[in-house]
Design a protein around this ligand. Structure first.
Ligand SMILES: [Zn+2]
Length: 63
């Protein structure tokens, strides 16, 4: 019996599209620090300590 399977963190990833350059990237829903666009450097998700504040178009949520 494995206990680890019961302790899976309930976190998810979100696929977003930068509203400035249309780059798509997968980001953590609750980032520890601000997440920037890999292409243009625009902030996509702001860290809030909990669920991040999204400044990008959300395309898909993986849970
Ligand atoms: Zn961008």
């Amino acid at each position: 019996m494995s206990r680890e399977t019961l302790l899976k963190p309930r976190s998810s990833f979100v696929k977003v599209r930068c509203t400035q350059c249309s780059n798509e990237q997968i980001v953590f829903e609750k980032p520890a620090s601000n997440v920037k666009c890999r292409v243009c450097g625009r902030i996509l998700v702001k860290s809030t300590g909990g669920k991040g504040k999204f400044f990008a178009e959300i395309l898909e949520v993986y849970s």
